[in-house]
Write a protein that binds this ligand. Structure first.
Ligand code: PLP
Length: 337
């Protein structure tokens, strides 16, 4: 299952979804009904699972668009059942089991009982059973192992019921824990070529996304000049500063002010002063003179240097998921293949 929620992690929902299908995805995972409807409106017929709870009044649309809904509580069933009756079909349901994440889901003891009821209901189709693991870093391995054992024990109580898709693994689990794979893995970061852990960096992943801009102006400043809001950066030498029309409104996080760098003419150049909503300033004093129109790589490769999503996450003190899912709507997306 390619996870394409949040605008396909910033990559653009429809083109990314189509690419993952072409690449062999059996299913797509979204968070919201609206994302599922957008996929169907684009003509995508691949199974789509809505991974976050929806409201009872959204059941009609879910069923009408043949979307599968993950549920973590029996109260979600009546609306789906009623909608399925109205549409003369069966609502596709995945049951979520809370094996320790402490978010959505039934307790492992409750899940087999509800699973049996779903399987016996002629208006419902018991399509999947899932859990989600609270994995953030390699240190979470013991807890993740325990969660997978708990899930396997829960599944063993469903032997007389057929469920096509049993799933648990996100990208990190997919890489590091084969016993979590079951019938389906739910891969977000990996789909986009982003390593989910430091250890996964050894895989030969190709990032799907680069962010490029162009210099709009170059200015010469004297020693002592402070730059941008709050004057957080003071020049200690006569400097050439390039301006780029991109900022935190585009997802270039303000917390990276005075920490990040970009690539120009194949060389790393520091971003200096506070990152603004629509402008960043780059010290280009140490590279050969550049002018308006010169390419700036904010994420991706130029020459021998690379800037990765985990690099940006480190500068911004956040996780890779945030870096890409917060890319702004106004960044034009160009698809090259
Ligand atoms: C339920 C669920 N499964 C899978 C994923 C994919 O996670 P990752 O991008 O780490 O592979 C997510 C992401 O948030 C999720 O919420």
């Amino acid at each position: 299952m390619a996870i394409v929620k949040a605008n396909a992690y910033g990559h653009g929902l429809i083109p990314a979804a189509k690419a993952t299908i072409k690449g062999g995805a059996s299913a797509l995972g979204v968070a919201l009904l609206q994302e599922g409807v957008a996929l169907r409106s684009a003509g995508i017929t691949t199974p789509v699972v809505v991974l976050a709870p929806t409201l009872p009044e959204q059941a009609d649309s879910l069923v009408a668009h043949n979307l599968s809904q993950i549920i973590g509580h029996p109260t979600a069933i009546p609306a789906l059942e009623a909608a399925a009756k109205r549409h003369n079909t069966r609502a596709r349901i995945h049951l979520k089991v809370d094996t320790g994440m402490g978010r959505l889901g039934l307790l492992p003891d409750e899940a087999p009982v509800l699973g049996k009821k779903i399987a016996e209901n002629p208006h419902l189709f018991f399509e999947g059973i899932a859990t989600h693991v609270a994995w953030e870093c390699a240190e979470d391995m013991d807890k993740a192992t325990h969660q997978i054992k708990t899930f396997a024990a829960c599944l063993s109580k469903l032997t007389d019921i057929s469920v096509p898709w049993r799933h648990a693994a996100n990208s990190a689990m997919t890489v590091h824990m084969p016993e979590s794979h079951f019938d389906l893995v739910r891969v977000g970061l990996l789909t986009y070529g982003i390593p989910p852990t430091q250890g996964a960096g050894a895989l030969s992943l190709s990032p799907a996304l680069s962010i490029k801009a162009r210099i709009v102006q170059v200015r010469n400043f004297s020693t002592g000049q402070t730059l941008s809001y709050g004057g957080t950066y003071t020049l200690t030498r006569p400097s050439r500063i390039a301006l780029v029309s991109l900022g935190y409104a585009d997802g270039y996080n303000r917390r990276m002010s005075n920490k990040s760098h970009v690539l120009i003419c194949g060389k790393p150049c520091p971003v200096v002063g506070a990152i603004c909503m629509d402008v960043i300033m780059i010290d280009v004093t140490d590279i050969p003179p550049v002018s308006t129109g010169e390419e700036v790589v904010l994420l991706g490769q130029q020459g021998d240097y690379k800037i990765t999503v985990p690099d940006i996450a480190q500068w911004a003190n956040c996780i890779s998921h945030e870096v890409v899912s917060l890319l702004g709507a106004r960044l034009p997306r160009h698809y090259v293949s």
